[in-house]
Design a protein around this ligand. Structure first.
Ligand SMILES: [Zn+2]
Ligand SMILES: [Zn+2]
Length: 430
């Protein structure tokens, strides 16, 4: 019985026991050809890229890019050195991927096995997908389904139907509503056999978004009332725009400046209306706030009471680092961090050690607010609750966090949990 049913396998090419450089291969158990979901990079302590593993390009039927963050896309151009596999991505993802990959090559070209030519070929081979769409690949061997993952505009939760196994891959996922994003479309995915899930925050709970928004508004008001300037370093994709939206709801009586790559990404979002939760609020912010055009604007912005939203989010570079150097010594000012701060980053140092990149003490007020775009452990568990898989593979998570999340999951549901390891292949029979 069941001999004619076809099993499938999931191989972890990156993102096993680490946050970042996710890459997953799904294929029929007995086939060489398969589907790649994401192909990203990580960075070492010296900020050099660590690429994910690749699969022989001639056996790749398609590559899905779940979203445009580098830890999901920056190895993908390698597949275009020798072949031209088809790429599936939403419109905002492919537009941001261009921006991100070009910036990646500018900073890391020396370490990269591919060049602008391969990035161009990748972008030329993108087939635009929409949420709810189904696509047959490899002469119908695989059927792909795409749902919103709620993480950033255009991010997808991918389902790969391989033989008789239905594999869901979260990519990066969020299950709460924010001004920028609707939550992931968990109610329409249906039942999965295998769930490959991120678990970046598999052992933590985030504060309610409303609380984070209130705290931000409160701090901004206090600083502006006492004549200071507020610097909000933010990630270029999604975080910067969400902060713009939170601030656009009220008039603080001072100009709001937007600087760095946040501007270009906002322009992409302005043409991606269907992917934005409260589009009119984003439009209001885009029209009312001042987009910094050059050094003249930049110098004016920090000298007068104002609010500055600028990339880079961890103060690793970009205009936010310039502002920090000029604003960090004045106790009237505030630096409000709203993004993840990696250990060793300038942002982490001002929070934890109170020192500027120069080594001098920070005298401005420093605050750090949790605006995460990843689900916390309860949000992640709700994905299992709604898709009822029999097997779960945890990826995109530190090993300790993955273990803790696995423990919580198995205490709640009747499910086998695997902590995914790089280079391992897991076989599933119907
Ligand atoms: Zn990620
Ligand atoms: Zn992401």
């Amino acid at each position: 019985m069941g001999l004619w049913l076809r099993g499938a396998s999931v191989r972890i090419l990156g993102g096993g026991g680490e946050v970042g450089r996710l890459s997953i291969l799904v294929k029929l158990k007995d086939s060489k050809e398969g589907i790649i979901v994401d192909s990203g990079v990580n960075f070492d302590e010296e900020d050099r890229p660590i690429f994910s593993s690749t699969y022989p390009p001639r056996y790749v039927n398609a590559i899905v890019l779940s979203h445009a963050h580098l830890d999901h896309i920056a190895t993908a151009p390698m597949y275009f050195i020798s072949e031209t596999p088809r790429v599936y991505a939403t419109k905002p993802t492919s537009r941001m991927a261009k921006l991100m990959l070009e910036d990646f090559l500018k900073l890391n070209g020396y370490f990269s096995p591919y060049e602008h030519y391969e990035v161009k070929r990748l972008l030329e081979n993108v087939e635009t997908i929409r949420f709810g769409q189904m696509v047959g690949v490899g002469n119908g061997t695989y059927t792909l389904e795409f749902y919103s993952a709620g993480h950033i505009p255009g991010s997808v939760f991918t389902v790969v139907n391989a033989g008789d196994i239905r594999v869901g891959i979260t990519g990066d996922v969020n299950t709460i509503e924010t001004k920028l994003m609707k939550p992931a479309q968990l109610d329409v995915i249906g039942r999965l056999d295998v769930l490959v899930t991120e678990a970046t925050y598999g052992s933590t709970l985030h504060p309610p978004r409303r609380k984070a928004e209130e705290r931000l508004r409160h701090i901004v008001e206090e600083v502006i009332d006492s004549g200071g300037t507020v610097l909000i370093p933010a990630f270029s994709i999604a975080r910067g725009q969400e902060i713009m939206m939170v601030l656009a709801e009220r008039d603080y009586g001072v100009p709001v400046y937007v600087d760095g790559m946040i501007r270009q990404v906002t322009e992409i979002f302005m043409e991606s209306r269907e992917y934005i939760n409260n589009f009119s609020l984003l439009k209001k912010a885009y029209e009312e706030f001042r987009m910094v055009q050059g050094w003249r604007d930049r110098n004016k912005a920090w000298r007068t009471p104002s609010i500055i939203i600028s990339s880079a989010g961890m103060l690793k570079g970009g205009p936010s680092l310039y502002y920090l150097k000029r604003m960090g010594q004045n106790p009237r000012n505030a630096i409000v961090l709203v993004s993840f701060q990696a250990p060793g980053s300038n942002g982490r140092k001002i929070v934890e050690e109170g020192v500027m990149p120069s080594g001098e003490p920070v005298r401005a007020r420093v605050e750090w607010i949790d605006f995460s775009s990843h689900a916390d452990w309860k949000g992640l568990a709700s994905i299992v609750e709604k898709t009822r898989p029999s097997k779960v593979i945890i990826v995109h998570s530190e090993v300790d966090v993955a273990r803790e999340y696995a423990r919580r999951l198995t205490s709640l549901y009747d499910v086998d949990v695997i902590i995914g390891e790089n280079e391992k292949e897991y076989v599933f029979e119907p």
